[in-house]
Design a binder for this molecule. Structure first.
Ligand SMILES: [Fe+2]
Ligand SMILES: [Fe+2]
Length: 135
């Protein structure tokens, strides 16, 4: 399993935790598909796009919550999300849809980025939201 879920990823804000859980499920689904030698690009491209769309939706949820509660770290957090978007966009452009090794590397990047982002950046925002009474 690419992203092994564990309680350390639970940050205490239900909407955010639920969305992280779902992102991890989709990411692992995609990894399974690649590891099992997806027969052709169509089979993973649609799940990959679903993952990216869900990530955008998730970023929006976090940014709105931080905005609503006037979180001081909002701009820095937005920058992190923007970095992820531009990185994925450029990686995707150079990707040969049938090159399973390249997509595997991309998934590894997604996993590492997501784990670090949850544990460091999202944690900071959830500690603040908890103090604001958001759980
Ligand atoms: Fe975030
Ligand atoms: Fe997040």
């Amino acid at each position: 399993m690419l992203f092994e879920w564990s309680p350390k990823f639970i940050l205490g804000v239900k909407a955010i935790d639920d969305q992280h859980r779902k992102l991890v499920v989709i990411l692992n689904q995609l990894d399974d598909l690649i590891k099992n030698g997806a027969p052709q690009s169509d089979s993973w491209v649609s799940i990959f796009n679903e993952l990216l769309e869900y990530a955008q939706y998730h970023f929006k949820t976090e940014e709105e919550l931080m905005f609503d509660h006037s979180f001081g770290g909002l701009q820095d957090h937005i920058k992190e999300h923007a970095f992820f978007r531009s990185k994925i966009t450029s990686l995707k452009k150079g990707l040969d849809a049938n090159d399973l090794h390249a997509i595997d590397e991309l998934l590894y990047f997604l996993m590492v980025w997501l784990q670090n982002h949850i544990l460091v950046v999202d944690r900071r925002c959830c500690v603040f939201l908890n103090q604001e009474g958001v759980v």
